[in-house]
Write a protein that binds this ligand. Sequence first.
Ligand SMILES: NC(=O)c1ccc[n+]([C@@H]2O[C@H](COP(=O)([O-])OP(=O)(O)OC[C@H]3O[C@@H](n4cnc5c(N)ncnc54)[C@H](OP(=O)(O)O)[C@@H]3O)[C@@H](O)[C@H]2O)c1
Length: 231
Amino acid sequence: MATRRLLVTGGSQGIGEALVEQARATGHEVTFTGRDPARVDAVAERTGAHGLVADITRADDNARAVDHALARMGSIDVLVNNAGYAYRAEIGALDVAAMREMFETNVFGLVDLTNRVVPHMKSQALGDIVNIASTSGMKGAATATPYAASKWALRGITQCWQAELRPHNIRVTCICPSEVQTNFGGRGGRNNPNKLYAADIAATIMAGIGLPQRVLWTEVAIFATNPWKED
Ligand SMILES: NC(=O)c1ccc[n+]([C@@H]2O[C@H](COP(=O)([O-])OP(=O)(O)OC[C@H]3O[C@@H](n4cnc5c(N)ncnc54)[C@H](OP(=O)(O)O)[C@@H]3O)[C@@H](O)[C@H]2O)c1
C-alpha cells in the first residue's frame, strides 16, 4: 500500500492506539487525538505519530485537529472516527442528559470533525473515512438503548456519506466490532484468547484501507471465531 496520511480520533488507548501502532509500523503518517495528555504523549513518543490533546465534542478542538494534521502531514487521506464511549441504562431509569452527552461524542462530534475533513478529501478526489460503530448498533440488548442508538445512528450516517462521497472517490466504511478487550466501559485487564483484542480491529481497518481503490467495504461486522458468540 502507498504511504497514507491518517487522522485517528481516540488514539491514546484501546483500538485507536493499536491502529496508530500498526499504521506507524507499516510506514504510514499518523496524527491522532485523545483527551488524556499523559496517554497522548506516551503513544506519540513510542510510535513517532503526531499526538494532539483534543476533545471531539469541542468544535474549536476539531478545527485545531484538522489544522494540525494538515500542517504536519500536508493532507489527510484517511479519517478514522474511533473516539467513543458507552453510557448504558435501562428504559425507566435512563438519564436522558447522560444519553445526550454521549451523543455529543459518538455522533455530533464525529459529524463535526468529518464535516471539516471532507472538503480536503474532495479537493484531492481521494480518501477513506472509517467509522467505528459496533455490533450493538446491529442488535438491541438490555441496557443498550443509549449506546445502541448512537451506533445505529452511525451506521445510517455511513450510508448517507457513501451516497454523497463515492462520486468524489472517497470510500466510507463502517466497522462493527463485537466485544473487544480494551479499557472500554472501565473493563480493563481482560485477556481472554476467545475474545477480540484491539490489534484485531486495527488489522481489519488496515486491511480495509489497503484494498484496491475500486473496492468498497460498506460495512464489516467482526466477531471472534472461537467460540462463535453473537454478542
Ligand atoms: N471495546 C469494545 O468492546 C468495543 C466494541 C465495539 C465498538 N467499540 C467502539 O470502538 C471505539 C474505541 O473503543 P475502545 O474499546 O478502544 O475504547 P477505549 O479503550 O475506552 O478508548 C477510547 C478512546 O477514545 C478517546 N475518547 C473518548 N472520548 C473522547 C472525546 N470526547 N474526544 C476525544 N477522544 C475521546 C479516548 O481518549 P482518552 O482516554 O485520552 O480520553 C480513548 O483514546 C469506540 O467508538 C467504541 O464505541 C468498542
